[in-house]
Design a protein around this ligand. Structure first.
Ligand SMILES: NC(=O)c1ccc[n+]([C@@H]2O[C@H](COP(=O)([O-])OP(=O)(O)OC[C@H]3O[C@@H](n4cnc5c(N)ncnc54)[C@H](OP(=O)(O)O)[C@@H]3O)[C@@H](O)[C@H]2O)c1
Length: 364
């Protein structure tokens, strides 16, 4: 028997606060033949982690502890006898663990998973050359979910984006958009990526790779983007409008901005029609309107409310771009495990520039 204590940051429902719970697990017997056990060294927070907590109702069947978070980086400490031989003890791995109100999440010491089902997992390569400020676990825990979301928007809609393409990003400063501009520029060589952000974030987003920036705090965004369209963009419309904050301003005038549907143009939103409140929950009138729009066969444009799929591809591309020095995930702040409330408050502030990461076992 090899008993260890597994700490986890958990909640029961929206009325119970996040707390640290501890449970003993027997590392020799806690996994199936098809599973691995990962000792987590770092994990990051995403808005969805906080929003699902706020949405968790107090109901009799809902009284089990639910662990926060999805992104993780750590070391494999146990491997089941039927697991693919590419996963070995002592391998360093990064991934996004998919769960809805699971007893297991990634703000914990150990994670038990079947890599054939939890496919968003990859080996970590040495990243210390790319960003010596952070150890590889901290750096890697910061990117899977946001990178996967950006990848899905760019690759999974049968668009052929390339040097002649134009993308408009609503919410240029978000971590998802930071990943999106890197994939668009470094992998697809997209010619023009325009970002909408606060005027204070221009420098940050210029450094990230946006070609043009439009402020959302100095007048209606449709007018500001309209000026850019008739000016620098020579009236060439966008192939893709990607919304990473929640906005509906372009819909009444969409034909002025988005290329025709026949050219396979897309409006993809990951947040719905209104700015998502990280202190609230994700399922409001805004998402119902977005779902109705997705389902409406008579609309004159392609629209999708994207949900991140669990896939291997974006993990492989993320590791490749990081190793080649083409994508350096942006980290806003790093917190110790016990300071989880401070980490959550930082994310809730909605002013984070990059990811909020938590050290769990070691890490600089
Ligand atoms: N559907 C999915 O699968 C999926 C996946 C991932 C994320 N999401 C959603 O996508 C959104 C972004 O997530 P994230 O983790 O990338 O966020 P994040 O990094 O925490 O975004 C923070 C940034 O948002 C910007 N911002 C705040 N208010 C804004 C506004 N009104 N308009 C434009 N920008 C604003 C701020 O920069 P400024 O200085 O520019 O204001 C801030 O730096 C969240 O709502 C999240 O729930 C959905």
């Amino acid at each position: 028997m090899s008993n260890v204590v597994n700490r986890a940051i958990s909640f029961i429902n929206s009325r119970t606060p996040a707390t640290i719970t501890s449970k003993k697990i027997d590392l020799d017997h806690c996994f199936k033949d098809t599973e691995i056990v990962v000792k987590i060294h770092a994990a990051s927070l995403n808005p969805i982690d906080l929003m699902v907590h706020n949405f968790s109702w107090r109901l009799p069947f809902n009284s089990h502890p639910k662990t926060f978070s999805r992104d993780y980086a750590g070391v494999i400490v146990k491997v089941g006898s039927k697991v693919d031989s590419k996963w070995k003890v002592d391998d360093r791995v990064v991934g996004c663990f998919f769960h809805v109100y699971g007893e297991q999440g990634t703000l914990s010491d150990y994670l038990i998973l079947n890599p054939n089902e939890q496919k968003a997992i990859a080996h970590i390569h040495d990243t210390t050359k790319q960003d010596p400020k952070y150890d590889p676990f901290i750096l890697n825990a910061s990117w899977p979910l946001v990178f996967g979301t950006a990848y899905t928007a760019l690759f999974d809609y049968n668009q052929r984006l390339g040097p002649d393409s134009k993308i408009l990003v609503i919410g240029a400063s978000t971590s998802v958009s930071y990943a999106l501009v890197h994939i668009a520029k470094k992998t697809l060589n997209v010619g023009t990526v325009v970002g909408i952000c606060s005027s204070q974030s221009f420098e940050y987003n210029r450094a990230a790779g946006f070609d043009h920036l439009v402020p959302y705090d100095q007048g209606p965004i449709t007018e500001e983007v309209g000026k850019l369209l008739v000016g620098n963009l020579k009236n060439e419309k966008f192939d893709l409008i990607f919304d990473s904050v929640g906005n509906k301003d372009f819909f009444p005038v969409i034909e002025k901005f988005l290329k025709p549907k026949s050219e396979n143009s897309y409006y993809i939103s990951i947040a719905g029609d209104n700015k998502l409140n990280f202190n609230g929950h994700p399922f409001g009138a805004t998402s119902i309107r977005s779902l109705l729009r997705s389902a409406n066969p008579f609309k004159g444009y392609n629209y999708s409310l994207e949900v991140l799929p669990c896939k291997q591809e974006y993990m492989d591309l993320g590791v490749k771009l990081i190793t080649e020095g083409k994508y350096a995930p942006k980290i806003d702040s790093v917190y110790d495990f016990n300071d989880y409330q401070k980490a959550m408050d930082r994310l809730k502030s909605n002013r984070a520039k990059g990811k909020v990461v938590m050290k769990i076992n070691g890490g600089r």
